[in-house]
Design a protein around this ligand. Structure first.
Ligand SMILES: Cc1cc2ncn([C@H]3O[C@H](COP(=O)(O)O)[C@@H](O)[C@H]3O)c2cc1C
Ligand SMILES: O=C(O)c1cccnc1
Length: 353
């Protein structure tokens, strides 16, 4: 994999024959047709992704991309930027919410420094720093196009390495104080929606600060004039390093025919960009939960995804996505373990033979 263009051209649609074969298998199992609802949709999707009627899942990882944001200078978050590197150390020591939930669901946490504004060293840290934080997008473009492409390709490469180590399923996670601000900007630009609708409370800002956050985002869009038809331009001008890295993770998962579970608002902004860069990539995505962040429902709708869980969470880190892992695995087990009408000697519906 060399360039963004080569990578994009490698992303293929789902295998239609495997989806069809999975549908037939689902209807042969000892249950009324369709009665397992969205688990059946997931089973069909897993078949189309892997090309195997009966999917087999291996190791799973949540990739937590961490980066800082120049726009924090404008006072858009309830927390100071120093929290980003502090939380990275917390991830590496296993103490953050995503670590607990990933342990609970049997997933590994892969923590990546893609753009933290601090010198970090730790044996478990994946160091892929593109630069120390973005520039303040309210003043100038957050990143150059080259920095943006470098961050995307870093995400693709991390997935590639994990695939080589036997990982078959990925979840997106992120840490970056201020990152709901670029996420709202991306949503506004790529969907042509007013910032008043896409802005949200993030870590918990009050009404006054949220109005200020809205004007900061509006100023960033006005100053930088991102081209809505060029998703990489949007990502560069009003995005973030961890968002670009996650766009790469999602594209990398699609390239390697692996399911990728999308977390909350920020991860979904990365997914929206991925869907605009490579429309086939959406078929590899599963939306885990509906975040409380205003704008998340609109964001998922813009990608064409429907969330599996409603837990009123608004944390990020990949916390919602790792909680959805067992549901995906449950769908695969239905395909692997359920008896068919003929094997179990159960009568089929009245109007069939
Ligand atoms: C201790 C702490 C842990 C977090 N883990 C995720 N976030 C979440 O909050 C940030 C986005 O919200 P905003 O745009 O308002 O800054 C991101 O870092 C996101 O991952 C956290 C935030 C804090 C304070
Ligand atoms: O939905 C999210 O990912 C989210 C929402 C608020 C703050 N941080 C993350």
């Amino acid at each position: 994999m060399n360039t963004l263009e080569q990578m994009i051209s490698g992303i293929q649609p789902l295998k239609a024959e495997a989806v069809e074969a999975a549908s037939l298998h689902l209807d042969s199992l000892t249950k009324p047709p369709g009665s397992l609802g969205r688990l059946e949709d997931v089973a069909r999707q897993l078949a189309g992704i892997s090309g195997r009627t009966i999917p087999e899942l291996g190791k799973k990882a949540v990739i937590v991309m961490a980066g800082d944001h120049g726009v924090c200078e404008e006072g858009v978050s309830a927390f100071p930027a120093e929290v980003t590197p502090q939380m990275v150390l917390n991830f590496l020591n296993g103490g953050a919410a995503v670590n607990v939930l990933a342990r609970h669901t049997g997933a590994d946490v892969v923590c990546v420094d893609i753009g933290v504004n601090a010198d970090l060293e730790h044996p478990q840290l994946v160091s892929r720093k593109v630069r120390k934080g973005t520039r303040n997008m309210a003043v100038e473009p957050a990143m150059t196009e080259q920095e943006t492409v470098d961050a995307i390709l870093a995400g693709v490469e991390i997935v590639e390495e994990l695939v080589g180590k036997g990982y078959t399923m990925f979840a997106t996670g992120e840490m970056g104080i201020g990152n709901t601000t670029p996420s709202s900007a991306i949503l506004a630009v790529l969907t042509g929606t007013d910032v008043g609708v896409t802005v949200g409370r993030g870590t918990g800002i009050d009404d006054e600060r949220m109005r200020h956050k809205q004007t900061v985002i509006e100023r960033a869009i006005e100053r930088n004039r991102p081209n809505a038809d060029q998703p990489v331009d949007v990502l560069a001008k009003v995005g973030g390093l961890e968002i670009a890295g996650l766009t790469g993770v999602i594209l990398g998962a699609a390239l390697h025919r692996c399911p990728v579970i999308i977390d909350g608002f920020i991860s979904s902004a990365a997914a929206l960009v991925a869907s605009r860069i490579a429309p086939h990539s959406t078929a590899y995505m599963l939306a885990s939960h509906l975040s409380q962040e205003q704008g998340h429902a609109l964001l998922l709708e813009a990608i064409g995804l429907s969330p599996m869980l409603r837990m009123d969470m608004r944390l990020g880190e990949g916390t919602g996505a790792v909680l959805a892992f067992p549901l995906i695995e449950a769908a695969a087990k239905i395909m692997q373990e359920m008896a068919t009408f003929s094997s179990a000697g159960v009568s089929t519906a009245l109007d069939s033979e």
